[in-house]
Design a protein around this ligand. Structure first.
Ligand code: ATP
Ligand code: MG
Length: 380
C-alpha cells in the first residue's frame, strides 16, 4: 500500500518537475523575444543607399545625399555587390551591412518595341538623298567598320531625323535596321516621360544595356523633343525628372564608341525646340531633314501603295500625283486605302480613277488643319 502511494507521489513530483521545466522554457523564450524586441527599439537605424561603383570585393563607393563615399562591406556580403544595388549602411562608419535588392532594374523589354523589321529601302518613295545619308552613317559603319578604320575617321554615332509627321522617318529607321541586320529598339519619348516618373534615367540606362546585349542594334528614339526640349528654367519636379532623363541620355551618347555596333536614330517634328546639347559634336551631330515629297516622290509613293491594288486602266497615278500638293506619305497611303473602300462599298473588285478622286477629297479635308502648322514651320 505504502509503496503504491510512494509511486504515485514520485510520479506527481516527476510530472510537476516536467511542467516547471516547460514553463521555464516558455518564460525564457518570452524573455528572449522581449529582449530582441527591445533591441529593435534601441538599434540605430541603417541608411538606405545605392552602390555607385565596386572597387574591390570588400570596398565600394556609395551615393549618400549629394556626396559619394568610399566604404567597407560586411564580411558576409563580400563579392556579392554590384553597381546600382540598393543597400543598408551603418550610420557611423557607413559599412554596407545588408543588400535589400537590386535597385528597380527595369525589364525594359516589356516597354519598348524590340523587333527585326521587314521594311526595305524600296518601300520608301522619294527621299533618295536622305536614304543615302542614313545608309552612310548607320548601315555602312555597322556592316563595314573596317572601311572607317582604314581611312581613320569616326562615323557619327547616329542621326537626327526631323520633318513633318507621316513623311517616312520611322520607315527610314526600320529600313536601316533591316539592312544592317540589327535589332531595332524603339522608344517613344513622350511615353518615357509619362510612364516612368522618377525612373526615366534608369530606364535610359537599361535601354542601352539591352542594346549592348542584342548588338548590333539600332536604338530609335521617336519624339525625342519630349525629353530633349530646351528649357528656359527647370522648375517643377517633373521638369527636373525629364532633365535627369535627358542627362542620362547625353551620358550614354557620350559613353559609347562611334565604331561600336550600336547606332542611334532619333526623330522629331520639332527641331526648333530641341536643346542644342543633343546635336553637339560627338552626339547626334548629323541632322537630316525628311521633307514632304515633291511631285516625283509623290508618284513613287503612289506606286508603292497601289502595288497590290487592282486598278482599272483609267487610273493614272501620274495625274493623281499632280492633283495633290503638300501631301505626306502617310496621307498618300490613306488616299489609296480610302479609294479601296469606295470600291468595296460599290461591291467592286477593282478601283477606279473616280474612287481615287473621291478619296483625295476625303483625306485632304481631314488633314488640312493638321498639316498647316507644319507647313508654316518648315516653310513648305
Ligand atoms: N516616303 C514614304 N514612302 C512610302 N510610304 C510612306 C512614306 N512616308 C510615309 N509613308 C507611309 O506613311 C506611314 C507613316 O510613315 P512614318 O511612320 O514613317 O512617318 P513619320 O515620319 O515617322 O511620322 P511621325 O513624325 O508622325 O512619326 C508609313 O507606314 C507608310 O505607309
Ligand atoms: Mg514616326
Amino acid at each position: 500500500m505504502n509503496s503504491d502511494t510512494d509511486t504515485i507521489n514520485m510520479n506527481e513530483i516527476h510530472m510537476d518537475a516536467q511542467t516547471v521545466d516547460e514553463e521555464n522554457k516558455i518564460l525564457k523564450a518570452t524573455v528572449e523575444d522581449l529582449q530582441n524586441e527591445l533591441k529593435k527599439y534601441q538599434r540605430i537605424p541603417y541608411l538606405v543607399t545605392q552602390i555607385v561603383d565596386v572597387h574591390k570585393k570588400d570596398e565600394v563607393v556609395i551615393q549618400l545625399n549629394s556626396g559619394k563615399f568610399y566604404v567597407s562591406v560586411a564580411k558576409e556580403l563580400e563579392g556579392t555587390l554590384q553597381a546600382d544595388d540598393e543597400v543598408l549602411v551603418e550610420q557611423k562608419t557607413l559599412t554596407v551591412v545588408q543588400k535589400i535588392g537590386k535597385s528597380k532594374h527595369f525589364d525594359v523589354s516589356g516597354y519598348i518595341i524590340v523587333e527585326n523589321p521587314t521594311t526595305q529601302w524600296n518601300n520608301i518613295g522619294g527621299l533618295e538623298k536622305q536614304i543615302q545619308e542614313v545608309k552612310e552613317v548607320i548601315e555602312l559603319p555597322l556592316l563595314k567598320p573596317d572601311l572607317f578604320k582604314n581611312v581613320g575617321i569616326e562615323p557619327p554615332k547616329g542621326v537626327l531625323l526631323y520633318g513633318p509627321p507621316g513623311t517616312g522617318k520611322t520607315l527610314i529607321a526600320k529600313a536601316a535596321a533591316k539592312n544592317s541586320n540589327a535589332t531595332f529598339i524603339e522608344i517613344v519619348g513622350s511615353e518615357l516621360v509619362q510612364k516612368f516618373i522618377g525612373e526615366g534615367s534608369k530606364f535610359v540606362k537599361s535601354m542601352f544595356e539591352l542594346a549592348r546585349e542584342k548588338a548590333p542594334s539600332i536604338i530609335f528614339i521617336d519624339e525625342i523633343d519630349s525629353i530633349a526640349a530646351k528649357r528656359i528654367e527647370v522648375g517643377t519636379s517633373g521638369e527636373r525628372e525629364v532633365q535627369r532623363t535627358f542627362m542620362q541620355l547625353l551620358a550614354e551618347l557620350d559613353g559609347f564608341k562611334a565604331l561600336g555596333n550600336i547606332k542611334i536614330i532619333a526623330a522629331t517634328n520639332r527641331l526648333d525646340i530641341l536643346d542644342p546639347a543633343i546635336t553637339r559634336p560627338g552626339r547626334l551631330d548629323r541632322t537630316i531633314e525628311v521633307t514632304l515629297p515633291d511631285r516625283k516622290g509623290i508618284l513613287e509613293i503612289f506606286k508603292i501603295h497601289t502595288k497590290k491594288m487592282t486598278l482599272t486602266k483609267d487610273v493614272s497615278l501620274d495625274e493623281l500625283s499632280g492633283m495633290v500638293k503638300n501631301v505626306s506619305g502617310a496621307e498618300i497611303r490613306s488616299i489609296c486605302t480610302e479609294a479601296g473602300y469606295f470600291a468595296i462599298r460599290k461591291e467592286r473588285k477593282y478601283v477606279t480613277m473616280d474612287d481615287f478622286k473621291k478619296a483625295i477629297k476625303k483625306v485632304r479635308k481631314g488633314y488640312k488643319e493638321k498639316s498647316t502648322d507644319y507647313l508654316k514651320l518648315y516653310g513648305q
